[in-house]
Design a protein around this ligand. Structure first.
Ligand code: NAD
Ligand code: ZN
Length: 347
């Protein structure tokens, strides 16, 4: 399967072990040097497949410890040093081979080294396949703040090989799956009912449909000023829950609960005609996703005060009105408190 992103001039291939596709792409630039950036887990699992893909090309590998801590300024500097010491120039190419951490830092290096060199994304987690590898956002964490420094920069090619998911653990699969549920609530009720009832996920289908939804929200609003903000459904409360749980709940699990709470609040506010949070809960349970988290409203509001999306004391919340449609609403902090109170619960 193929998606052509005309606006930003790149192709996404969704394949199962079809390495000829990426080899053909890379071989168009046989004279370039390649830097493959990856983390140690991915490298240990897939070094042989990587070497097969890169066979015959002039390539280097830069690997770092897996995990969010590697999305750092220090690591960004180390990668830039490596590029400089190995005389990488404008015609050379970066390949991001890994999950969202690898993708985010690699994209940022590519965007800034020599004011921008080409990069290719080869995502290996479900989350990176359906979210971070497209949409152009990249960056690093700084002074304990997530994604504080970064840019908008698009890949030249995205190779999604869902055979890589065969080694991914269930919680990391669920991390991506919760975002796919979010996409379905935003725009696609058929996808929602498919997810709700299916037992074995058809990755090709859900990756393809998710990317089309994400790209649709991104294309009219690359810089995240309007329509793209709807992709933040569940994320305001979700970020608070993630942080309150001390990151015991992962991002997907937290924003999934956030999505349920927003659906419940929307119904209680009279914005949604029915309380489809109940349906979300059944669907989440089918995939072993958590459906509630107990917290103190004051505590979560304290965290939400530092949300990057607050502008002139107003915070943007996304409320679902039915499965497949959401609205954008700017609320004051007091109104947010009310929404959080209405959304909380575990029925
Ligand atoms: P991650 O990159 O840390 O990967 C999760 C874990 O899975 C790591 O331990 C990794 O080594 C391991 N792993 C990766 N591929 C594997 C495979 N095929 N088999 C077995 N293990 C594998 O995390 P993630 O969830 O992919 O991404 C999270 C990051 O993405 C966060 O930093 C987040 O901010 C960022 N993100 C960015 C965007 C964007 O638009 N740029 C969107 C969403 C998330
Ligand atoms: Zn998210």
């Amino acid at each position: 399967m193929k998606i052509q992103v005309k606006e930003n001039n790149y192709t996404i291939d969704i394949v199962y072990k079809c390495e000829e596709k990426i080899k053909n792409f890379l071989n168009k630039n046989r004279d370039s040097k390649y830097l493959v950036i990856t983390d140690e887990n991915v490298y240990n699992l897939y070094s042989e497949r990587l070497k097969n893909i890169m066979y015959g090309l002039n390539f280097y590998i830069f690997k770092f410890p897996a995990g969010e801590k590697s999305k750092s300024m220090e690591n960004y500097i180390n990668i830039n040093k490596f590029l400089l010491e190995n005389n990488f120039n404008r015609g050379d190419i970066i390949i991001a081979f890994g999950g969202g951490v690898v993708g985010d830092i690699s994209g940022f290096v590519a965007a800034t080294y020599l004011r921008g060199i080409d990069f290719i994304a080869m995502p290996t987690t479900l989350l990176s396949m359906i979210d971070s590898s497209v949409g152009g956002k990249n960056g690093i964490n700084f002074m304990n703040l997530k994604n504080q420094i970064g840019s908008f920069y698009f890949p030249k090619y995205v190779y999604i090989d869902y055979s890589f998911l065969e080694t991914l653990d269930d919680r990391n699969i669920n991390n991506g799956l919760a975002e796919i549920f979010k996409y379905s609530v935003l725009k696609d009720k058929n996808l929602f009912y498919y997810l709700k009832s299916c037992n074995k996920l058809d990755y090709k289908k859900i990756i393809y449909e998710s990317l089309n939804i994400k790209l649709d929200f991104v294309k009219e609003d690359e810089r995240d000023k309007g329509k793209r903000q709807k992709l933040n459904l569940g994320h305001t409360i979700g970020h608070g829950i993630e942080s309150l749980s001390n990151y015991k709940l992962n991002h997907g699990e937290s924003i999934g609960i956030g999505t349920i709470y927003m659906a419940r609040a929307a119904y209680k506010m009279g914005i949604a005609k029915s309380d489809f949070s109940k349906e979300l809960i059944l669907a989440f349970k089918n995939h072993n996703l958590p459906t509630s988290y107990d917290f103190d409203t004051d505590e979560i509001l304290e965290i939400l005060k530092h949300d990057k999306k607050i502008n002139k004391n107003l915070i943007n919340v996304i409320l679902p009105i039915k499965i497949g449609e959401v609205i954008n609403k700017k609320v004051t902090f007091d109104e947010l408190r009310e929404i959080v109170e209405l959304g909380k619960g575990n029925e």
